[in-house]
Design a binder for this molecule. Structure first.
Ligand code: HOZ
Length: 426
């Protein structure tokens, strides 16, 4: 196999920026990304034979770790029977049934191929049923890369400092109102002012694309009340939080019933997938049941649904959420302690199997807070961890994930490496 330097040079000649999704580039932390040879349990191995404890986990989907036999066996079985049919299968009905059972507000669901497709379709539906064009989102929340959402977005957009992408027309961007996360007064004011133009409020109920930001008490409840009062839909983007912050996602954890929910990541077990679902009366507006059009050649793909079913079946049967949450909390707390003991301002938080550490002393309540973090120090920290075999997302505006195969020993090993890394960070 070619070495990573050769691969990186070739990739840059052939693929814009050398990567097929901007978040994979190490542009904001410096250095070059490694090339993966294989994943195994909690580890990634690169083409040079180095091993990394992986806290990126394909950006969230791999809640059972890499190449888990539970998923691999389901895939092997499906592979014997073909890769795609463009016709209904029992597996897609099974996945829909599981999602409806596990996610409290979802009564009907449509499978798509990515989180971007899910949010884009949910927005179309919201606009169709309300007859309004406007949308409210929160700065630092990332809802995929469809035009109306590429305004003050988090994730790679924030990492690369491209808050509003060229190519998104002003007319489209003007339909999107943006407010700071956790600022309910600002939401109420906006709705008083122009609530009759807002079709929907899209929110990551726990933000995972601006580092980790938890909702303050009453924020999600307030969004539910204000949308209801003004005839707008509340859409929870649970692509990241789904099956991670609780079995039924953030809506279960915080006891809120959104009108629509978008999903992805965990429901595909590492294969390309997305979904949007919610109230039956809304979902029945989707073609061919209703007039709102949305379609996809590979939607409900049998490999993706087999992997997703295997993963969700495991979660339902073994219910590992408490253990995952305890592990994520240990990581966030331990990492934060290692930094602060060395005199480096830091705060840590976790929710379910998602966790984050921000290089800023005060707790982070909004993207605006997260932007106040010491990014230069994060860069040095990222590099020092990587050199010690710990792979963190290469951006201060992302979160960490844990899986069922990240054991207590692995967390100990990670924290030991972190304590060592911190000495170099200064
Ligand atoms: N939500 C993911 C990262 N925050 C997206 C992954 C990607 O853009 O590749």
């Amino acid at each position: 196999m070619e070495g990573s330097e050769t691969l990186w040079a070739k990739a840059n000649r052939l693929i814009p920026g050398g990567v097929n999704s901007p978040v994979r580039s190490f542009q904001s932390v410096g250095g070059e990304p490694f090339f993966v040879e294989r994943g195994e349990g909690p580890y990634l191995f690169d083409t040079e034979g180095r091993r990394y404890i992986d806290y990126v986990l394909s950006w969230g989907p791999l809640i059972l770790g890499h190449a888990n036999p539970v998923v691999m066996d389901a895939l092997a079985d499906q592979l014997q029977r073909g890769t795609s049919y463009g016709a209904p299968t029992a597996e897609e009905v099974e996945l829909a049934e599981r999602i409806v059972r596990m996610v409290p507000s979802v009564e009907m669901v449509r499978l798509v191929n990515s989180g971007t497709e899910a949010t884009m379709s949910a927005l179309r539906l919201a606009k169709a049923v309300t007859g309004r064009d406007g949308l409210l989102k929160f700065s630092g929340c990332y809802h995929g890369h469809a035009d109306p959402f590429l305004v003050a977005a988090g994730s790679g957009v924030a990492t690369l400092g491209l808050p509003n992408s060229p190519g998104v027309s002003e007319a489209v961007a003007a339909q999107t109102r943006v407010l700071p996360f956790n600022d309910l007064d600002a939401v109420a004011e906006l709705f008083e002012d122009c609530g009759d133009q807002i079709s929907s409020v899209f929110v990551e109920p726990v933000v995972g694309n601006a580092g980790l930001i938890l909702p303050v008490d009453g924020f999600l409840e307030g969004l539910r009340a204000v949308t209801e009062a003004h005839g707008a839909l509340l859409v929870f983007d649970e692509v990241m939080t789904g099956f991670r912050v609780a079995e039924g996602g953030a809506q279960e954890r915080y006891g809120i019933r959104p009108d629509l929910t978008t999903l992805g990541k965990v429901i595909g077990g590492g294969l390309p997938v997305g979904a949007f679902g919610g109230r039956r009366d809304l979902m029945e507006q989707m073609a061919p049941a209703g007039p709102v059009y949305q379609a996809g050649t590979l939607s409900g793909n049998p490999l993706a649904t087999s992997a997703g079913n295997a993963q969700l079946r495991y979660l339902e049967e073994h219910c590992p959420f408490e253990e995952l949450e305890a592990m994520a909390d240990r990581l966030a707390t331990g990492m934060c302690a290692a930094l602060t003991e060395a005199g480096i301002p830091a705060s840590g938080s976790s929710a379910g199997s998602m966790w984050g550490v921000c290089f800023r002393e005060e707790p982070v309540r909004s993207f605006e807070d997260a932007q106040g973090a010491d990014v230069e120090r994060f860069k040095r920290f990222h590099r020092a961890c990587l050199e010690r075999g710990v792979f963190l997302a290469p951006s201060p505006f992302e979160v960490g994930f844990v899986s069922t195969v990240h054991t207590a020993d692995i967390v100990d090993e990670t924290l030991e490496a972190v304590r060592d890394a911190v000495r170099e960070v200064g």
